[in-house]
Design a protein around this ligand. Structure first.
Ligand SMILES: *Cc1c(COP(=O)(O)O)cnc(C)c1O
Length: 407
């Protein structure tokens, strides 16, 4: 365990740095928009009216608090630590993403910007954004790589039914990174009327901080719930890490609790070979991508490498800067699950607990399956069940049942 004293409340600094990570690498044309956003967020954070509106909607529209569920049969089967699931999969629209989308649309309202744009990978952030845009009557455009549009066709239809325009992105690898580039391009052009709802704890300051703050409620609730239930803190927290928003949301309120270990699980894809995975802490390096300095997958010339994961939501070359910082000081740890390990855990949770998880989440479960049996029966694990698997039914049916389903 780290002996460094950490003060999570003091991070990031005023310019968005988490140690040497983070910051704001942005084009001149967006400088004003970022300054406005930072100021509006600071005001909103300290405004009881904003917080009350957010809390009321989180409760009645989104469905918070989510349960902390004891996975009794899976625990018994694995024969080690008690496994608790933080049920973000039960939220409106099916994943944690809505916590952040809702917070940011309330900010857009304050900024007086009637048009919303967002990027999406697996489509969950796009659906969450299209949902809150509908709820508040905003125009909404979602950028999505064409590869992702194919593997997440159900979510594309959901966004369109919600009234959003989905724009396919054909550049490069046609996945999340290219979708972010297109969204940034749109923002530069339309910055006066448009707010960009970034979907993870990524990008330039203030996004990593703001997105984290909107997801912190996951850990705040989980901490209270486990203390009620077990009368002590958990031994281990586990969450999958794409950009890192669901993980930092769960971890953050526990960072000062020295006895609580935290493990983020990245996408191991086909294994740790160049271009076959998205595990930034396995062979990645320090660099700048899309506004932030962080750990990423790049070659010797600094070119961003190709990534692969069975789950579109984890398939991204950079990780949120706050994770890079806690990794560096040794407060959090990172491992990976391969596509096969994730699918295996997906099947377990479905058939042993009756809960079909998102493929992203299944990576966290893949690690739990390995680590729980090595722990004792009086120890506890909380795993963030970041989303449900409805969007992944076609993919999972192909891999696990050998069936082709068309939506
Ligand atoms: C988007 C998504 C993720 C990955 O994003 P993070 O920002 O790392 O949380 C994980 N799980 C689900 C269900 C998602 O939709």
């Amino acid at each position: 365990m780290s002996t460094i004293t950490i003060n999570p409340a003091a991070l990031p600094d005023a310019r968005g740095h988490f140690g040497t990570f983070g910051g704001a690498f942005i084009p001149e044309t967006l400088m004003t928009a970022f300054q406005e956003l930072t100021a509006a967020y600071e005001q909103a954070k300290n405004d009881p009216e904003f917080q009350a509106e957010l809390a009321a909607l989180l409760k009645d529209y989104v469905g918070r608090p989510t349960p902390l569920y004891f996975a009794e049969r899976w625990t018994e089967r694995l024969g080690g630590a008690k496994i608790y699931l933080k049920r973000e999969d039960l939220l409106h629209t099916g994943a944690h993403k809505i916590n952040n989308a809702l917070g940011q649309i309330l900010l857009a309202k304050r900024l007086g910007k009637p048009r919303i744009i967002a990027e999406t990978g697996a489509g969950q952030h796009g659906v969450a954004t299209a949902t809150v845009a509908a709820r508040f009557g905003f125009e909404c455009v979602i950028y999505m790589g064409e590869v992702d549009m194919q593997r997440q066709a159900l979510n594309v239809a959901r966004m369109r039914l919600l009234g959003a325009e989905v724009r396919g992105v054909t550049a490069g690898q046609r996945t999340l990174k290219e979708a972010v580039n297109e969204a940034l391009r749109d923002w530069v052009t339309n910055v006066r009327t448009t707010h960009y709802i970034l979907g993870s704890a990524l990008g330039a300051h203030p996004f990593p901080m703001m997105v984290r703050d909107f997801h912190r409620i996951i850990g705040v609730e989980a901490r209270r719930q486990i203390l009620e239930r077990e009368e002590r803190l958990p031994d281990l927290l586990v969450a999958c890490v794409g950009g890192g928003s669901n993980a930092i949301g769960l971890f953050h309120p526990f960072l000062e609790d020295e006895g609580v270990r935290m493990v983020g699980v990245e996408a191991g894809g086909h294994g740790i070979k160049r271009g076959e995975h998205a595990a930034r802490f396995q062979g990645g390096k320090l660099g700048v991508l899309q506004g932030t300095k962080t750990w990423l997958l790049a070659d010797a010339d600094g070119q961003i490498e190709l990534t692969h994961s069975v789950s579109a939501g984890l398939d991204y070359a950079a990780v949120g800067p706050e994770h890079a910082y806690y990794h560096e000081i040794g407060r959090t740890e990172y491992t990976y699950a391969t596509d096969d390990e994730a699918l295996d855990a997906f099947r377990d949770l479905s058939q042993i607990e009756g809960i079909i998880p998102a493929l992203e989440t299944a990576h966290a479960l893949g690690y739990v399956k390995k680590v729980a049996p090595t722990m004792t029966k009086d120890q506890t694990i909380i795993v963030n069940l970041s989303g449900r698997g409805d969007k992944d039914v076609a993919q999972a049916a192909r891999f696990l049942l050998g069936e082709e389903i068309k939506f």
